[in-house]
Write a protein that binds this ligand. Structure first.
Ligand SMILES: C[S@@+](CC[C@H](N)C(=O)[O-])C[C@H]1O[C@@H](n2cnc3c(N)ncnc32)[C@H](O)[C@@H]1O
Length: 278
């Protein structure tokens, strides 16, 4: 069983909104009217940021009438992206109350209140009816959840039969455990990486049929190289969520994560599955 207080503590600073507003001002953006593009380096809090969200969206068939679930919605960047791109409704749920508050604030600023709603809660016991959603996704969340089968069973419960589930996360690779802190955990006690084989078996045991599974290590390395070139040329890195959220911890967390990627300890994967009707 994971200690959710340690996880919430890892992600909470108490002054996230003020720091985000300061970063936007440094970028020359009015924090009262940021626009989705200005927020994107900060509000897609997973490897490859907006690029990974765009890749995910390109694989999904979503229509304006769909109601989609974002499990572990963070600052809400992916939820707002899907709502804008497809005109769908997105409900996000997240354990970290500060993230939920900032996500709601940004959603209101972007005028998306009617299509994106954010609830504070645990993905293992979601306050939604059975078969409520047409699709669900979760980006870089399951690494904080020890009981994967409880997570997948709960997602399966709230999905309509035949609905899709897209996961992007770090899998345990052959190179051994990552060093900590990482962007998702301060210590190994809050980190639960599953191998690709374990993830497949867990999903299948919980009623999902896996349609595709791909490793995105090459894309992550290329993204990192592109970002470094920008910085060398005097610009800002492409992805700034880790430095925004983790402050003093960010440098070590980002370095450990980059090393884990290079050494095959944490392997980024992307899975598309379907809820098999019971
Ligand atoms: C690395 S962040 C990713 C946020 C978001 N998915 C994104 O990609 O921008 C991980 C998120 O998972 C949330 N989380 C971790 N365990 C959770 C749980 N049991 N239930 C709901 N959210 C959880 C954390 O609060 C955090 O916001």
């Amino acid at each position: 069983m994971s200690d959710t207080r340690a996880i919430v503590g890892h992600y909470t600073s108490g002054d996230l909104l003020a720091r985000l507003e300061a970063r936007l001002r440094e970028d020359g953006v009015d924090p009262a009217r940021p626009g989705a593009d200005a927020l994107a380096p900060y509000d897609h809090f997973h490897g490859r940021g907006l690029e990974a969200t765009e890749d995910m969206a390109a694989q999904l068939r979503i229509t304006a009438g769909d109601h989609i679930l974002d499990v572990g919605s963070g600052l809400g960047g992916p939820a707002r992206y899907l709502a804008r791109r497809f005109g769908c409704r997105v409900s996000g749920i997240d354990l970290t109350d500060e993230f939920c508050a900032v996500a709601r604030h940004l959603t209101a600023l972007l005028g998306l209140d009617e299509r994106v709603s954010i609830t504070e809660g645990d993905a293992l016991a979601m306050p939604y009816d059975d078969a409520a959603f047409d699709g669900a996704y979760s980006m870089n969340v399951s690494m904080n959840i020890a009981d994967k089968r409880a997570l997948y069973r709960e997602i399966h419960r709230v999905l309509k039969p035949g609905a899709w589930l897209m996961l992007s996360e770090a899998a345990q690779g052959p190179g051994g455990a990552p060093d900590y802190p990482t962007p998702w955990a301060r210590t190994a006690a809050s980190s639960f990486l599953a191998t690709e084989a374990e993830t497949r078996a867990n999903l299948e045991a919980c009623g999902f049929a896996i349609e595709s599974l791909r490793e995105t290590t090459e894309a992550a390395l290329a993204y990192g190289a592109r970002s470094r070139r920008l910085v060398e040329a005097g610009g800002k890195p492409l992805h700034r969520a880790v430095s925004l959220i983790h402050g003093a911890l960010a440098e070590d967390a980002a370095a450990n994560s980059a090393r884990a990627l290079k050494e095959g300890r944490a392997v980024p994967i992307e899975l598309l599955c379907r809820a098999v009707p019971a």
